[in-house]
Design a protein around this ligand. Structure first.
Ligand SMILES: [Zn+2]
Ligand SMILES: [Zn+2]
Length: 212
């Protein structure tokens, strides 16, 4: 599995393309917002002969899901997310106002609900779904044991954790979820966050001030 990172939108969201040996792609968090960003994603796929297979959202905050509609219309693929975050889709216009964004694409329905313990397999890409609520109620992380890495959205960052002051956030739930589901992974597991640089489980165990 290869990992390509594209950074999109004013919030600098990391959009992850997981690419298997057959050039198939599992895309995590399409943050493309401007037309130019959508074209950049489309060109990357086309120029590298990649076939988009699944679109996964770590959660449905607008910065991580703003490209859902584009991918639905362009490739006919509905994004997958946890049902507990679906209210955020209905809420997208309000989220946009909150963040000072004027124009929002039409809202397209989710393709599938994902739950804790689900497994996603596309060729040699295999991901385990771990539900870690608190930043949003439906926040999901996607763990690849084979590649020793996990995609965590806004649950965990290098030296920080997700904010919990947005709709249905819960600080204690977030901390206990990180402890029980993420910090129990092997120390060398690489953590790919929704914003900023990557880290490892071991580093966050040792240094993250929120997890002391
Ligand atoms: Zn978020
Ligand atoms: Zn975010």
């Amino acid at each position: 599995m290869k990992i390509k990172i594209l950074v999109f939108n004013p919030f600098q969201v990391n959009t992850y393309l997981l690419i298997n040996d057959d050039n198939e792609v599992v895309l995590i968090d399409p943050g493309c917002f401007e037309q130019e960003e959508k074209e950049r994603l489309k060109s990357y796929l086309a120029e590298n002969n990649l076939v988009l297979k699944r679109v996964l959202n770590t959660h449905l905050h607008i910065d991580h899901a703003s490209g859902n509609s584009f991918l639905f219309h362009q490739y006919g693929i509905g994004a997958e997310a946890h049902q507990a975050d679906e209210f955020l889709l209905d809420n997208m216009k309000r989220q946009a106002e909150l963040f000072g964004i004027r124009k929002v694409d039409d809202i397209t329905p989710l393709g599938n609900y994902l739950n804790d313990g689900d497994r996603i397999k596309v060729g040699n890409i295999e991901l385990e779904v771990l539900h870690v609520p608190g930043h949003s109620p439906g926040s999901l992380t996607y763990y690849s044991p084979q590649n020793g890495c996990i995609f965590v959205g806004d649950v965990l960052f290098q030296g920080s954790i997700g904010r919990t002051d947005l709709a249905q956030g819960n600080h204690n739930e977030l901390i206990s979820g990180i402890r029980s589901k993420l910090l129990t992974l092997p120390d060398e597991t690489v953590v790919f966050s929704g914003h900023g640089s990557k880290t490892t489980i071991g580093d966050e165990k040792r240094r993250n001030p929120y997890l002391k």
